[in-house]
Design a protein around this ligand. Sequence first.
Ligand code: UDP
Ligand code: MN
Length: 252
Amino acid sequence: LFSLKAFVTLATTDSYSKGAVVVAKSLRRHGTTRSIVVMVTPNVSNTSRAVLSEVFDEVIVVDLLDSEDFLRLSLLGRPDLGVTFTKIHCWTLVHYSKCVFLDADTLVLSNVDALFEREEFSAAPDPGWPDCFNSGVFVFRPSLHTHAQLVQHANQHGSFDGGDQGLLNSFFSSWAVEDLSKHLPFVYNLSASTVYSYLPAFKQFGHKAKIVHFLGSTKPWNSSADSSSQTMGRYVDMWWTEYHSHTTSSAS
Ligand code: UDP
Ligand code: MN
């Protein structure tokens, strides 16, 4: 039977919309056969929405959800990330049977449609605490029931880091110990910090990278390539090339 599957990203601002455009363009460059969807919040400008609608199959407006957990967010050093709670609205996209969420600060380097063979909840380890998953790339099944449970969990317990990653890690807490097939290879969520923290591994395996994640407060859209290390600089260059590229419009 035909079942719809989609890549999903999120932009709550015009800046993050720039990142989202690159997510879509890089997925298309590598020939995805799946739909590509972006969730935006009401404050995203009409100009940004128009640009997004050229590269995405669907632009879906969702409510802004903010943890407003200033204490934990300051511990994380990212006071801006309370709004990442909005991410959990991706579970409401029930016209799709399975989805892959990609942060707006990711860049796809090869075809990653194989991710749809994975089950909920699959994600790659977080480089800062590998018993937690990083919530920048994950496989999930839209479900209004799961969505309601996540909202309830957020209201009752908040998030240990003030953002979506703490919330999702508490909710899917068996991820670390249960099922290795739900551990995505690190090459599906290669973060910049790895290049510095374990350079030999990067030299050995870096060429296999499938998705690069510009995790941290410096994003490609507010940095130029020559301000970073040579290796990440190359990825920032690639990000800008993708940003300026012309692409065939959405599949629909
Ligand atoms: N995001 C957003 N607006 C914001 C902050 C975050 O739309 O002001 C979304 C965006 O999709 C982003 C994701 O939430 O990629 C997670 O935030 P970010 O990537 O900045 O966190 P990091 O990966 O650096 O921890
Ligand atoms: Mn990110």
